[in-house]
Design a protein around this ligand. Structure first.
Ligand code: CAA
Length: 261
């Protein structure tokens, strides 16, 4: 059964064990106003707490992912005002979502839209997808992680090209550079992302959470600390029922049934 949560700028549908969150401001190409980010934060916090949901797809729908932060909202702000309202600091919780978050990107994912996609764990791109950071054309730089997440994924030189020219990458080039997982015909983007979400949702949830955390730590920590942290999580998982179930199911040649305990 599909359960919808009520929001103004996004649509949230829970079809357990997955949920799909769709940005819904088509007139401004899903521009990410503070209200949209507030709703996204709220929805993801609820989905994180909802035990029946094990993976989430984030999309902008069939035509556009998001053309960036809302320029109309920012154009006349001052620096102190931006600092005080901490515009993009309020986006940070999106990257703290503990369950797998899969971006399904069709059309433009620009500026903050691209940065939100980069906060996700996997990116499925339609062949119409365009990923870029055009902030330079507005006299600013990316403010929601673009200058940091691009180089950690594609290296310095491509990141510089993206930041300094403001030109967007095609889906195919993004795929060749390893910044998207798959490129598919646009009509397949959301179904494939949902299929992958369901595939992940069948796995033991505590191990999935630890795997996500461990990979993200590779972007934050020196190797020795990352390895030590990985080992602790590995040992920790032997305290879960799902580890016992997973290993005994293997030995008994049957499919494991995981409870997230
Ligand atoms: N903010 C507010 N409104 C936006 C928007 C944005 N980021 N992007 C598009 N829109 C609005 C347009 O103003 C237009 O509104 P009207 O119909 O009322 O004129 C509507 O969406 C449709 O856009 P276009 O007519 O421009 O559509 P297009 O197909 O000709 O061009 C586009 C598409 C190339 C994406 C173009 O809209 C564009 O360049 N958008 C801005 C992209 C951008 O600069 N993003 C970065 C924003 S800054 C940022 O994100 C900072 C950060 O790091 C957090």
């Amino acid at each position: 059964m599909i359960v919808a949560m009520a929001y103004e700028h996004i649509v949230v549908e829970i079809d357990a064990p997955i949920a799909t969150v769709t940005l819904n401001r088509p007139k401004v190409l899903n521009a990410l106003s503070p209200a949209v980010i507030g709703e996204l934060n709220d929805a993801l916090a609820s989905l994180d707490a909802e035990e029946s949901v094990r993976a989430v797809v984030l999309t902008g729908g069939p035509k556009v992912f998001a053309a960036g932060a809302d320029i109309g909202d920012m154009a006349d702000r001052g620096a102190v005002e931006q600092l005080q309202r901490d515009q993009t600091g309020r986006w940070a919780p999106l990257a703290g979502f503990t369950k797998p978050l899969i971006a399904a990107v069709n059309g433009y994912a620009l500026g903050g839209g691209c940065e939100v996609a980069l906060m996700c764990d996997l990116i499925i791109a339609g062949d119409t997808a365009r990923l870029g950071q055009p902030e330079i054309n507005l006299g600013i730089i990316p403010g929601a992680g673009g200058t940091q997440r691009w180089p950690r994924t594609v290296g310095k030189y491509i990141a510089m090209e993206v930041m300094l020219t403001g030109a967007a990458l095609t889906a195919q080039r993004a795929y060749e550079l390893g910044i998207v997982n798959r490129v598919v015909p646009a009509e397949m983007t959301i179904p494939l992302a949902q299929r992958m979400a369901r595939q992940i949702a069948e796995k033991p949830p505590v191990a999935v959470r630890m795997a996500k955390e461990a990979v993200l730590k590779a972007f934050e920590m020196p190797l020795s600390e990352g390895l030590a942290s990985e080992r602790k999580s590995f040992y920790f998982l032997f305290a879960t029922d799902d580890q016992k179930e997973g290993m005994h199911a293997f030995l008994e040649k049957r499919k494991g049934v995981f409870k997230g305990r």
